[in-house]
Every structure is written in structure tokens, then in C-alpha cells.
Design a protein around this ligand. Structure first.
Ligand code: ZN
Length: 261
């Protein structure tokens, strides 16, 4: 059994065939999924899915890539996070990949938004879902300054080298790996997959993006997290069931979900 710790099944291509997506999860022994918010405008669609399906949870947050959207305050995030199916704050973080003509100084809005999310995580004691791309030093620095390790959280779709993983682990964070780990060229991510302590490892799809091998380039969905899990089990020399059990227990522990659901 596996759990998808990060997906966007409210996005086009998945939202329009949800019963099939949930059925595919069942037939691949994927028991739960966390549908992650990327902005407040589309949050209702995330909450709607979490309300309809018992084994789907939700988060509240605004993605660092989303520029022309409503800027959340700490109070708003805290209020929205009171929904009974909301188990995390995010996805949040820093993304300097699409800087374009801008300098790092121009990205202060991203850093402010990230701090806002960390403060909301403190206020609710719900864990953070952190996205970081081309910005790992600043991401870890802000996490340290705002003491993100107190509510804790997960570095999602982790693609950084091992020393960055170590620094996130030292801050009480979990590491979540997506289908990228199955890509032939992803040797750094594969090293992380072998070295992360098993009790801090999560798996995800980030669907509809990043389908694992053998579906690479095709639309992704939560059922395929089983391929991510099996690939990592093989890398670590574990039985699929052992890897599945450990990452499932980690999911329940981090997101404070009673395991009996
Ligand atoms: Zn995502």
C-alpha cells in the first residue's frame, strides 16, 4: 500500500474524471492522497474534492510561482486551515527558476509570502509543504530564521543534491520524492532516495505533472505513486511492502491523520 503525499487532482485532466482517478488508486493499492493548494482562487476546488472523498486530504497555500493572485495574510491562512480536512500549509517556498530579467532583490515578494506561510504554520501547528527550485540556500535560510522546524513539514518533489537534503533533515523536515527519481538521468535524486532515513521519506506524484517511468511524458495521476514507491524500494534493497508501509506511516505521522481512516 502506498500514499500520494502531493497531487493536484483538482487540475484539468484529472478533475474531469475523478471517479476513475480514485478507482485507479484503489486498484493500485494507493490508499490516500493529499490534494495540494496552489492559490486561494482555486482552493474551493481542492476543498470540494477533500469533502467528497474520505481518503483525500487538502492543504491551504499559495505557490511561489503564482504572481498575479490574491496575496494571503497569516490570519487568512489560519482561518482557511481550520477546515477539518486541511492537514498542511502550502505549497509554499521559493522558486528563482523563472527570474527572467529580474534580480534576486526583485523577489522579495516571494520571500515575504514564504514567511507568511511559515507563520501560519506556527499559528496552526500544521506542517509546511515546501517547494524550492534554484533557491535552496534562501529557502533553508528563511526556514531557519522563521523556525519552520517547529511546525515541521516536507520538502516536496525534492530534486536537490544530498547535502541540501541533510540540511532540511536537520531542520526536522521530511523529504518527498516524485517520479523524477525514476528518470535515468536523475542520479542525484537517486542518491537522496538511498540515503534519506526511512522514517523521514515520503513519496508523491505531483500529478498531473512528472509521470514516473514507464509513463514518462504522459499525464500523471496518484495511482502511479506505486511506481515511485517500487523504484525506491528497489534502490534501497527493500520489499515494496516495507517501503510502502514506512512511507504511509510517515504520511500519517507528519500530517497528524489518525491511521484508522
Ligand atoms: Zn505541486
Amino acid at each position: 500500500m502506498f500514499v500520494d503525499s502531493h497531487c493536484h487532482i483538482n487540475f484539468e485532466g484529472l478533475a474531469d474524471r475523478l471517479p476513475q482517478v480514485l478507482e485507479n488508486m484503489r486498484s493500485n493499492a494507493v490508499t490516500h492522497a493529499l490534494c495540494v493548494s496552489v492559490d486561494l482562487e482555486t482552493l474551493p476546488s481542492v476543498l470540494d474534492i477533500a469533502n467528497r472523498f474520505e481518503n483525500v486530504y487538502a492543504s491551504v497555500g499559495v505557490h511561489p510561482d503564482h504572481e498575479d493572485v490574491k496575496e494571503p495574510s497569516v490570519a487568512e491562512l489560519v482561518e482557511l486551515a481550520a477546515h477539518p480536512k486541511v492537514v498542511a500549509i502550502g505549497e509554499t517556498g521559493l522558486d528563482y527558476y523563472r527570474l527572467g530579467e529580474r534580480t534576486l532583490a526583485d523577489m522579495e515578494w516571494q520571500r515575504e509570502r514564504f514567511r507568511t506561510h511559515i507563520r501560519a504554520a506556527h499559528a496552526t501547528m500544521k506542517p509546511l509543504i515546501v517547494h524550492t527550485r534554484a533557491a535552496s540556500d534562501d529557502t533553508l535560510r528563511l526556514m531557519e530564521e522563521e523556525r519552520a522546524g517547529v511546525p515541521g513539514g516536507v520538502m516536496h518533489c525534492f530534486t536537490e543534491p544530498w547535502p541540501i537534503a541533510e540540511r532540511a533533515l536537520a531542520q526536522n523536515f521530511y523529504i518527498s520524492l516524485s517520479g523524477i527519481v525514476t528518470f535515468k538521468s536523475a542520479t542525484e535524486v537517486q542518491e537522496v532516495a538511498r540515503r534519506v532515513p526511512i522514517e523521514r521519506l515520503l513519496i508523491e506524484t505531483d500529478s498531473p505533472y512528472l509521470a514516473p517511468v514507464p509513463f514518462r511524458g504522459k499525464p500523471n495521476e496518484p495511482a502511479y505513486v506505486s511506481h515511485v514507491g517500487r523504484y525506491i524500494a528497489q534502490q534501497r534493497g527493500l520489499a515494496d511492502a516495507e517501503l510502502g508501509e514506512a512511507t504511509t506511516q510517515n504520511f500519517f505521522r507528519l500530517f497528524k491523520i489518525p491511521a484508522a481512516v
